[in-house]
Design a protein around this ligand. Structure first.
Ligand code: HAM
Length: 433
């Protein structure tokens, strides 16, 4: 019986693994150059951890299990709750500022679709303990620093930035009750994912006033303070809204100073689905707008406190590997040639009796740090040279009796095809240079 892979999962054969490593190596090196340090946590946690503050959508998508001791567990659908738990656990011992990154494997029982799977990898960067909007600028910059490093320009991706603080102030201003806000955010977040009529109907069910529905729909279309003022004329007299707008101005000024303003745009329709965001929120989307979000994040100042810790502010971002890979392929920024194997040497055996000598040379080259391959299977020289080519060897050493009798090895340069006998001692001398 042939067993297929589970729906929404991927098998990483060597070519796919090369792409995955290219993506995660880039995430890691950009994190490090932006001053983040790496952490990780367990692949499963207590189910309750995600029920506290991640929101219904994540809870509905959990893979959960009961262990033999009757404990209710869940495979992590995100790492932010783990980060909050870990920081709370060692709050007094951790050096500040806390700038952490991680590339966890996550599972969500989503309906598999383009860019959304049931198992994926997600780059996370988070800054904990800094309530200044500077930390948010740092998170957005680091995100764009990575996207820029892989060749995505402002014509390819847009960082859409908004503020839950601003949205909350505006909703309260429109007369929405404060205790209704948390339930409203996940609905507003669905705007781009649903047909307009379905979205409008969901909104009408959540907000009874028709005028409020119309104003909210108009607000979600706004891209500037001027736009907001035309929807809510007296917005500047609302001190909460004004404070949130001032903060956003500051954020855009910092992003301009960091040279990434051309990637960034204010967009009220960015709400974020997760329940814990309470300040700046952002998502990066492809400029064409065909794909789901490349990444998303924001400020979540209450999460550590909600997890039984101190009131410590935090801001961060998560980027999955799926939409990113689709986008990089669509823009021609990854291609097979980038992932061609490369070995320093291939050692070919012209006579099976010489295999011990071949092994000795292979082992010495490897010990000297050279990537070295040979054929484990008896094959004629022609086949071995093909194998040398296939594994991307720069040079092939051919071990044959006539040359060995004179203390020599035949060296073939795989790029030019030229070959010349060299003294064996010369090989070791050049290696130790
Ligand atoms: P999120 O919006 O749930 O946020 O996910 C962030 C990103 O993870 C998405 O934009 C997408 O790239 C990727 N992603 C999410 N679900 C899937 C899926 N089923 N398949 C493939 N990729 C997916 C969070 O997870 C927050 N914890 C991020 C964060 C960190 N906020 C602050 N710090």
């Amino acid at each position: 019986m042939k067993i297929p892979p589970v729906k929404g999962t991927r098998d990483f054969y060597p070519p796919q693994m090369a792409v995955r490593n290219y993506i995660s190596d880039g995430w890691k090196s950009v994190s490090l150059r932006n001053g983040f340090v790496e952490y990780d946590g367990p692949i499963f946690e207590y189910l309750q951890m995600y029920q506290i503050k991640s929101g219904d959508e994540i809870v509905e998508q959990l893979f959960h299990l009961t262990d033999r001791g009757g404990r209710e567990l869940a495979i992590r659908p995100e790492i932010t709750p783990t980060l909050a738990r870990m920081i709370n656990q060692q709050i007094n011992a951790l050096p500040r500022p806390i700038k952490w990154f991680s590339v966890p494997r996550l599972c969500r029982a989503e309906r598999p679709q383009k860019g959304r799977l049931r198992e994926f990898f997600q780059w996370n960067i988070d800054i904990v303990g800094v309530d200044d909007i500077l930390a948010d600028a740092e998170v957005v910059f680091c995100t764009l620093d990575y996207l820029r490093s892989v060749g995505l320009t402002a014509a390819d991706v847009i960082a859409k930035i908004s503020s839950r603080k601003l949205l909350a102030a505006l909703l309260l201003h429109l007369g929405i009750a404060e205790d209704k806000l948390d339930a409203l955010y996940p609905i507003l977040d669905k705007k781009a994912k649903l047909p307009p009529e379905t979205f409008a109907q969901m909104l009408t069910e959540a907000v009874s006033s028709e005028t409020a529905v119309h104003t909210i729909l108009a607000l979600l279309e706004t891209h500037s303070v001027g736009d907001i003022q035309s929807v809510v004329p007296n917005v500047t007299s609302n001190s909460q809204a004004q404070a949130a707008l001032d903060e956003l101005h500051q954020l855009f000024d910092y992003l301009k100073a960091m040279g990434v303003a051309d990637y960034c745009r204010f967009d009220m329709s960015i709400v974020r689905g997760l329940a814990y965001y309470a300040g700046m929120v952002f998502e990066v989307h492809d400029a064409v707008g065909d794909l789901r979000a490349v990444c998303g994040g924001g400020r979540y100042d209450n999460l550590l406190r909600d997890f039984g810790g101190p009131a410590l502010s935090a801001t961060g971002m998560g980027m999955g590997d799926c939409v990113l890979e689709i986008l990089l392929r669509e823009r021609g920024l990854i291609n097979e040639a980038m992932f061609k194997r490369q070995m320093d040497y291939f050692v070919a055996c012209a006579d099976l009796n010489l295999m011990p000598k071949v092994l000795e040379i292979v082992a010495q080259l490897r010990a000297a740090g050279k990537a070295t391959e040979f054929s484990c299977k008896a094959a004629n020289l022609g086949k071995q040279l093909k194998q040398a080519d296939a594994c991307g060897a720069k040079q092939t050493l051919i071990i044959g009796q006539e040359y060995l009798n004179e203390g020599k090895i035949l060296l073939k340069d795989m790029k030019t095809g030229t070959q010349q006998p060299i003294d064996e001692s010369y090989l070791w001398d050049t290696l130790s240079d």
